[in-house]
Write a protein that binds this ligand. Sequence first.
Ligand code: HEM
Length: 462
Amino acid sequence: MVQLRSKLTSSPEQRSIPELDGGAPLIGHLLDFQRDPVAMLSRGRRQLGELFQFRLGPRPFVLFSGPEAHDAYFSAPEDQLNAKAVYQFTVPIFGRGVAYDVAPQIMAEQLGFLYPALREAAMQRFARIMFEEVSLFADSLGEEGEFDLPAAMNELTVNIASRCLIGQEVRDQVDSGFADAYHDLQKGINTLGFFFPRLPTPAHRSRDRARRQVADIFGQVMAARRRSGTHHDDFMRSLMDASYSDGRALSDEEVTGILLTVLFAGQHTSAVLATWTGLELMRTPDYVERVRDESHAIYGESGLMSLEGLKQQVTIEHAVRECERLHPPLIMLIRKVLQPMPYGDYVVPAGTLAMVSPAVAHRLPELFADPDRFNPDRFAPPAREDKQHHYSLIGFGGGAHRCMGKHFAETQIQAIWTVLLDRFDFSLATGFPSPNYGSWVTGPQTPCRVRYRRRSQESAFR
Ligand code: HEM
């Protein structure tokens, strides 16, 4: 691993940050950005290097790209590069008093309550649940047919997340209200909401209604648990049992808000990465055979999926990592610069929006050989391309806000494709899609349908 030398010191000869050409009066680079943000940002990186500026409407942005710039970005303190100021659009969804509505140290304390529920023992149980949920889905399919891949991955990950993370009772209500309410809440994340989260549009009104419905569902589950005294190993219980460092217990409203924060951070992103993983595997049949051989070798005797088994499945692990690289669900992360930030010969002024882009970073040819090619073996020894530089692979973020659910998400996607490839042969029914940059989480353009045929070969699982 190459050690990074800090470029955070400002030199006496300060230079102005290079500006991307092609900006128009008033709108800046907005049109280019809307058309294809990754192409625009990659062009900037190629022409101008690790720091450059551009404008979206009146707002000035600076992209930090490359391992050293990422390191500076992720190491900056919250009072310099601030997430809360950018993620205000989440407050009507997550609720008051949690996440980006509170001071960063309180948000960290709130998320910290959840770490015990993601420990090894819990993950062992989750691996079984993941297997059961994917098996249920596989059993619901016929001998052969076609389905909408993003919709299927969405359904599966809602079922898995609600059962593992929120609580079995919420999983039981997925079809009777929860999925619809959650879907309406998701629609509350839109471009308008990013700038004006409280504007009384129809989408925002149904978002607020859905928020109340979800709070009711979670509230009833919490009340029933208190009445019956039943014990559950999940996030809801961790939060109901937790108290802040000043001794205060969490209110039901706070528990609901933190659960929604985690669900929003983790479910759709997982569904999208699972979709891309399936798509890439479907056009690489030789690699699929290696995945199948590996699962037969690992599970052939026991016939049972386990966390230990999933850890040994390096072939599928590398495929998921390669899809994180090629198709990161979050193509950019943003912070507001609250205090001027020196970097090399530059100072990024306060008021700027600072960005890193996993989608740009992951295709830098100096970090990844033949970067547009799907090649999971780049992560195997001896190449181990992701280990050559700290922060070359940043699909799960970094620093204080790094993803807390990385291991859960990777395990889940591995489990999904291990089971599905064991049971079915797949092919693309609608061709390989391009990315849809119109939504906050970058999935494929639709339609995105796949054909399946049940396999006659012996399964690795009982
Ligand atoms: C493939 C799936 C996932 C991807 C690509 C992903 C990606 C990310 C990224 C890039 C960040 C950093 C955001 C930023 O710096 O602004 C993040 C944060 C976060 N993720 Fe994930 N995530 C995934 C799954 C999950 C899951 C399953 C969970 C929960 C179990 C989760 C919980 C969170 C939380 C709570 C944060 C916020 C941390 C903070 O701000 O302190 N994520 N995720």
